[in-house]
Design a protein around this ligand. Structure first.
Ligand code: AMP
Ligand code: MG
Length: 403
């Protein structure tokens, strides 16, 4: 490990230990997709709530069938959403529809395709053999009333949404999407649409950060650009800290004369958790926690560094602040050998394809420098290559972080 640097694993551990989950909020179901549950959800009723007919057909008593009865008299028609009719005799049947409650006294259903039904008389095809399940989905066979169906921390996608609705909940307690201020720091930065001088630079990191967060539905983002001026930085960072749950600064954390961000964050009472990580890109990264327990990330401004640090360190912390687990990170195999001698974790951009056998193949897409953000277009993310090794042969399995 290089002098004075902490490892990526240690940075991850410190960030995880420092970040506290935000309080939740109640949302109507139609606004809850993509959110993270902050409550358990228990079953309102047994599922199915009654013996549920799974085919259109006739419902009969099993005893009659076993005694050889093959002709039945219809005593009524019952659809889904209607109370149960009754089968009282061996030769009685109810004409029954999918989703209906099994009639009282009936034990099974014979599909309509196997029945000749005429003038209230039902005859069963000669070669029909009774289905042992009887085309009935028994009450409580999926789950029982009071059973826990969803745990806190679960991401609400389509299947979870169906379970929420079926549990009878019109609203649900979910993690609040954190309000995140994205603060770009640098005298040279000019937003798209404004004129710029030859010595100025287009502001782009804020848009990249915003896109990565929005694409995951992770945050409500406010963007702010500040010059390299101590008093303005102090005032505006303090304001942004008041108004937001988490701050992401980019630029001004390195060792230059105008890199004021670390000292300003300390002056604002933000407690340093880590500064400088044994990683490339992104070595100067700074992270602290305010007295109000709000996480503050200060990322190096070089665009590749900013984006890599965001995906590797900030996004997992935001999941943590929502009380959610990070989506699982796949392992992918390098398509060719790469070498990296410095004792740093190397985040190598890659393009991923899938082999016929379903193995993710990561083709290295190195950038010229950590300022070369244009070459990231078309890449899928980066792989994490451990500081302990220098040679990573073709086929080496590495963890993939997607943009
Ligand atoms: P810094 O981390 O402030 O030393 O900046 C490193 C490099 O990244 C410099 O070339 C900056 O001009 C560039 N840079 C800093 N912030 C941004 C930004 N928000 N968008 C695009 N480039 C940036
Ligand atoms: Mg700068």
């Amino acid at each position: 490990m290089s002098h004075g640097l902490i490892s990526v694993a240690e940075a991850e551990r410190r960030i995880r230990a420092a970040v506290r989950p935000l309080p939740g909020e109640r949302r109507p179901l139609h606004l809850a997709q993509g959110a993270v549950l902050r409550q358990a959800v228990v079953a309102e009723r047994d599922q199915p709530p009654f013996d549920r007919v799974t085919m259109d057909g006739i419902a009969i008593a099993r005893a009659g069938w076993e005694r050889g009865v093959r002709r039945y008299r219809s005593v009524g028609v019952q659809g889904a959403g209607a109370p149960a009719l009754e089968v009282n005799a061996d030769d009685e049947c109810v004409e029954i529809m999918t989703g209906a409650m099994l009639p009282t006294g009936a034990g099974c259903v014979i599909p309509i395709e196997r029945v000749r039904l005429e003038a209230g008389r039902a005859a069963i095809e000669e070669d029909y053999r009774l289905d042992p399940g009887g085309h009935v989905h028994p009450r409580g066979s999926d789950y029982r009333a009071g059973e826990t169906l969803l745990k806190p921390g679960t991401l609400i996608r389509a299947p979870e949404m169906a379970v929420l609705a079926s549990a009878g909940q019109p609203e649900v307690e979910v993690a609040r999407r954190p309000a995140v201020a994205v603060i770009s720091v640098g005298d040279e930065l000019v937003a798209p649409g404004l004129d710029l001088a030859p010595y100025q630079i287009r502001l782009s990191n804020d848009r990249a950060i915003e896109a990565a967060l929005n694409q995951r539905g992770l945050a409500t983002v406010t963007r702010l650009t500040l010059p390299d001026e101590v008093e303005i930085l102090k005032r505006e960072i303090a304001r942004a800290h008041e108004a937001n749950d988490l701050l992401i600064l980019s630029g001004g954390v390195s060792m230059g004369k105008y890199d004021y961000v670390p000292e300003i964050l300390s002056a604002l009472g933000i407690e340093l958790v880590l500064h400088k990580v044994a990683q490339r890109p992104g070595k100067p990264m700074w992270f602290g926690i305010s007295a109000a327990a709000k996480p503050v990330f200060a990322l190096p401004g070089n665009p590749v560094s900013t984006l890599v640090c965001l995906v590797r360190h900030v996004i997992p912390a935001i999941y943590g602040s929502m009380g959610a687990k990070m989506p699982e990170l796949p392992m992918v195999a390098l398509t060719q050998q790469v070498e990296f001698a410095p004792p740093l974790t190397w985040f190598l951009p890659v393009k991923v394809s899938w082999s016929g056998a379903g193995i993710g193949l990561a083709k290295p897409r190195p950038t010229n420098t950590s300022g070369d953000f244009a070459s990231l277009t078309g890449s899928d993310g980066f792989v994490e290559l451990e500081a302990e090794h220098e040679v990573f042969p073709a086929g080496y399995a590495a963890r993939l972080y997607r943009w």
